[in-house]
Design a protein around this ligand. Structure first.
Ligand code: PEP
Ligand code: MG
Length: 892
């Protein structure tokens, strides 16, 4: 097996084998850009090493050969005592991964070669500074020593001398530091710092391999859904030096601004420094403009390279570079990460520059980014004081007064206070407080912690894992550094960035939301050019998505108001109207009469009272969507949901009886509640079962729908209504409902003299329905996949209870990487969808297929629904733009 590839051999498409860094170093080498010579050890080698527990023999040989090549070309040998070749060792997995070992520079330096480096560079201070750095990085990353050991010694050296900058330490100080560091290494690892260059190299390579499996790296992979079996590559690269005096330096740069998406390069530079100094923030960095003023020649080389990279990758690139005595060297590049706003703006810019097509632009933005841009935001022009920055767990901008426990959150919220629940971490007992709070902030836990999972489920803003924050719930204080806040103090959190601000930062609606609701013109008026540019980019890409997508996008809406909102956001119809929402509030009394009726006449009277109300509901809804299709689902939940709570009522009746004056109405009601009680209502008398067993109930709804539609048709409108039957498991159920429904529709349309087609279809939300879909399609003109219930019944997960109780642990243990209620479980639930789609269409080739569970608004699920050939997805109104974009992306 080949485990080692020279930089001159690979290219950017070999990320699986060479890792991201290695593949891009090879690509830059191929382009003729100034990359120091080097080679990459493959991810195969890493996997082999991890399986064997030691490096395969062949790998040692291949490293020797590659190293000798490097040495021969350079005319120097690794760690030579007169003219040493030095190398860097850097990890590079397919995806960049915090938690992995990063970099060891200056491998090859030892007590002898540090003198050689002095000779050839003519700079003794530089040589000892490099040796000091090697010890520090080697100790930290290879030997796993705490970084403070070195940082503290460095600080001590500076304060002993009364200076603040590393640059003020002279040769003798650095020699003394080297001695201190070596001592620390010996103390910590029980062995001397390895003087042999090849041993240094081998140890560093092993450390990179081992870092693949650290707890932090595993955790990160679970969170980001990166497979555990990829392994990492290792890059060995000839050292070039940014710490060779003032004509040397090192920096990072972006070819466009990754925060705002503005055109024009942007970066940070540090003179007389090595790589880690820039990110460590020990000295203030300079801008690229400063570099241009200091060193115009290097700056112009750098600009040329950046332009070349953008042309080549046709995207924003970020780079790391070093200037060694006026000569530019490229150490890394990749297609750079960017904010949601930058993603849209850059994609549109690149189309304008004719570097990419609109289809490509569409593939470079995501529904998740669009969703982020739709949340209200902190007023960008407002003053703010950053308290800390942590994990962006659930997006939005929330402001509230600090409370430390759930009961207080509830109590304060009940009196109209906006509260921010601040906890070390949350658990299921905090649920009520989380519901009451505007936002949730925790000190511990990541994106799969209880707080994060539950907050996302509730659509509540959440920042978690703010480790700089000390929460003392007993003392009711939260401390970050010198800042101490107490109960009632105002706090603002940004769930899209993870920022936590002291006090109240004003919130404004997002310009993208304004655009989506009110159009381009309104949204671009009176805003700065950057914002207008963003809105125009979103408009352009969304319109392109609409022109490309094959999936229709409908909304789940139960009221005319929601329907109008959905329509403004681009919905092409209603895919699910949940009629149970029409039986709540004041109407509850009427449905109670239906349930409690002692004979048929009484029940019919109660149903008759509901008829005009339902007719009005449907009229409004159909009017709002006219002429777009509206799928109305007949009543789904069990009847007991419309009756009072069993426990409360029993207590009330018992107390009244004990007092000797029982209320007969309550007694009757309690009897009905008892009669209808089910231990497992989700699997009980609901959906089509309820319709078949409650005479007149579905008939009432069907009549109201037909009458509403006929009246609108007669008034010259074009109602397009579809009736949907929930929870069907057998075609017989559907035949029974169909017969009755067809009869009523025919009767109503004939009486009205209107020629109106009302398609009748069913939800597919039980495994049996999916598996017998070839039969069900005999009686259904359309299927709509109810993936909420289908997930519940396929997994046997109670959708109401399981998320808080089980999912945080399951995500942690890696049973799944995302809640199956959030993103469709392709292998299980998805398989049922595929089967039902295919077999349903075999029976009825023009069977219309849609989905109306939550998954209809989830990006990954939308791509799946596109692949299996559904006709439309239906989702909450506010997800409609996301669904439009993702359906377009699925099609290009
Ligand atoms: C479903 O089960 O996916 C569905 C849309 O119906 P409901 O959520 O109302 O049960
Ligand atoms: Mg359902």
């Amino acid at each position: 097996t080949r485990y080692v590839f020279d930089f001159t051999e690979g290219d950017k498409d070999q990320k699986d084998l060479l890792g991201g860094k290695g593949a891009n170093l090879a690509e830059m080498t191929k382009l003729g850009l100034p990359v120091p010579p080097g080679f990459t050890i493959t991810t195969d080698a890493c996997r082999e090493y991890l399986a064997l527990g030691s490096e395969p023999g062949e790998l040692r040989v291949q490293v020797t050969m590659a190293l000798r090549h490097l040495e021969d070309d350079a005319g120097r040998q690794l760690g030579d005592r007169h003219d040493p070749l030095l190398v860097s060792v850097r990890s590079g997995a397919k995806f960049s991964m915090p938690g992995m070992m990063e970099t060891v520079l200056n491998i090859g330096l030892n007590d002898a070669s540090v003198k050689g480096l002095t000779e050839v560079s003519g700079d003794e201070r530089f040589a000892w500074d490099s040796y000091r750095r090697l010890l520090q990085m080697f100790g930290k990353t290879v030997l796993d020593m705490p970084g403070e050991v070195f940082a503290d010694a460095l600080d001590a050296a500076k304060s002993a001398k009364g200076v603040t900058s590393d640059l003020d330490l002279d040769v003798d100080d650095l020699k003394a530091l080297v001695a201190t560091f070596k001592e620390a290494v010996k103390e910590h690892s029980g062995a001397e710092f390895p003087q042999h260059p090849r041993e240094q190299l081998d140890m560093a390579i092993r450390a990179v391999f081992n870092s693949w499996n650290t707890e932090r790296a595993r955790l990160y992979r679970r969170r980001e859904r990166i497979p555990h079996d990829l392994g990492t590559a290792v890059n060995i690269c000839t050292m070039v030096f940014g710490n060779l005096g003032d004509t040397s330096g090192t920096g990072v740069a972006f070819t466009r601004d990754p925060a705002s998406g503005k055109t024009g390069a942007y970066g940070d530079y540090l003179a007389n420094a090595q790589g880690e100094d820039v990110v460590a923030g020990i000295r203030n960095t300079l801008s690229l403009d400063d570099l241009a003023a200091m060193d115009p020649e290097s700056n112009s080389q750098l600009r040329k390279v950046m332009r070349r990279l953008e042309t080549h990758y046709r995207d924003l690139c970020d780079i790391e570079f070093t200037i060694e005595r006026g000569k530019l060297w490229m150490l890394q590049t990749r297609v750079g990460k960017r904010t949601a706003a930058a993603a849209f703006r850059i994609a549109a810019q690149l189309v304008d520059e004719q570097l990419i097509t609109l289809d490509e632009a569409l593939s470079r933005v995501t529904g998740a980014q669009l969703a982020q841009l739709m949340f209200p935001q902190f007023d960008p022009s407002a003053q703010r004081v950053l308290l800390t920055r942590a994990m962006a767990a659930s997006p939005g901008a929330a402001v509230g007064r600090i409370v430390f426990d759930s009961p207080t959150a509830k109590e304060w919220a009940a009196r109209g206070e906006a509260v921010m629940l601040v906890r070390k971490e949350t658990n299921p007992d905090d649920l009520e407080g989380m519901i009451a709070a505007n936002g949730i902030l925790t000190a511990r836990g990541g994106k799969t912690s209880h707080a994060a999972v539950v907050a996302r489920g509730m659509g509540k803003t959440c920042v978690c894992g703010a480790e700089a924050m000390l929460v003392d719930a007993a003392a009711k204080t939260v401390t970050v550094g010198a800042t101490v806040l107490g109960e009632g103090d105002l706090l603002s959190i940004d769930g899209s960035t993870g920022d936590v601000f002291v006090g109240q930062v004003p919130v404004v609606p997002s310009p993208v939301e304004t655009y989506l609701e009110q159009g381009l013109e309104t949204a671009t008026q009176g805003v700065d050019e950057e914002t207008a540019d963003l809105v125009r980019a979103v408009d352009r890409l969304l319109r392109h998505a609409d022109s490309r997508r094959r999936l229709g996008v409908r909304a789940n809406a139960d009221t005319a108001e929601d329907a109008v909102r959905a329509r403004n956001l681009g919905a092409q119809g209603i895919g699910l109207c949940r009629t149970e929402h029409m039986f709540l509030g004041e109407r509850r009394g009427l449905i109670e009469r239906v349930i409690l009726a002692s004979d048929a006449a009484e029940r019919e009277a109660a149903l008759a009272a509901l008829l005009p109300l339902q007719r009005q509901d449907f009229t409004e809804l159909l009017e709002a969507m006219d002429p777009l299709p509206v799928t109305i689902r007949l009543l789904d939940p069990p009847l007991h949901e419309f009756l009072p709570d069993r426990t409360e009522l029993s207590v009330k009746v018992a107390l009244a009886q004990a007092a000797g004056k029982p209320d007969p109405a309550d007694v009757t009601l309690l009897a009905a509640v008892e009669r209808l009680h089910e231990s497992n209502p989700m699997l009980g008398l609901r959906g089509v079962r309820l319709g078949l067993l409650t005479p007149g109930l579905f008939a009432l709804q069907v009549r109201a729908i037909a009458e509403a539609a006929c009246a609108l048709a007669k008034a010259g409108r074009s109602p397009h209504v579809e009736i949907m039957v929930p929870l069907v498991g057998s075609v017989m159920e559907l035949y029974l409902v169909r017969d009755e429904t067809d009869g009523i529709v025919n009767e109503v349309t004939a009486a009205a003299g209107v020629d109106l087609k009302v398609p009748i279809g069913t939800m597919i939300e039980l495994p049996r329905a999916a598996l017998t879909s070839h039969r069900i399609a005999e009686a259904a003109e359309f299927f709509s996949f109810g993936t909420n219930d289908l997930t519940q019944t396929t997994w046997g997960f109670s959708r109401d209870d399981v998320e808080a109780a089980v999912f945080a642990a399951y995500l942690e243990k890696g049973v799944f990487t995302v809640s199956p209620f959030e993103s469709i479980d392709v292998d299980g639930v998805g398989r049922l969808v595929e089967i039902a789609a295919a077999e349903g269409r075999r029976t009825r080739p023009d069977l219309k297929l849609g989905v109306c569970g939550e998954h209809g608004g989830d990006p990954e699920s939308i791509h799946f629904f596109h692949r299996v050939g559904l006709d439309y997805v239906s989702c909450s109104p506010f997800r409609v733009p996301v669904a439009r974009l993702e359906a377009g992306r699925a099609a290009v």
